[in-house]
Design a protein around this ligand. Sequence first.
Ligand code: AMP
Length: 138
Amino acid sequence: MKDIFCKIIDGEIPSTRVYEDDDVLAILDISQITRGHTLVMPKQHYDSLLSCPKEILTKVMMIAQRIGQAEVSILGAKGVNYLANCGEAAGQTVPHFHVHVIPRYVAGEGGFRLEMKSQDTSKMNLPMLAKEIGDALK
Ligand code: AMP
């Protein structure tokens, strides 16, 4: 079954389009957690960033960068958050790869707060952890 973004891409569901080319679509997020909150996605279906081929990932991120630049220069944003939730455990609700581009106007404004709580690392072997992840890249 098609996900909601596939239906938007195919024109079966309306959206507010910001940008479109052969491979990439950018739309305004329906929830607008800040003014100009945009979603950038590949037109071809990939479940998340993790399964997206690098050529398409590059195209998506290049458009996401340009949209962030426009949010600063045209909308007057003072900063931009980029967010790609990958998998339900990470809070992804639409299983079609997309990058949130979220303009920020005032530090600490309502509607969006990214809170990173540190864990107690005293019982973690950080060098071993780094090696485990790093070895997977070889
Ligand atoms: P995520 O939780 O990272 O999967 O983000 C999914 C986002 O899609 C949410 O911010 C929703 O507000 C947004 N969304 C869901 N349905 C639509 C829609 N029809 N048009 C635009 N944005 C949507």
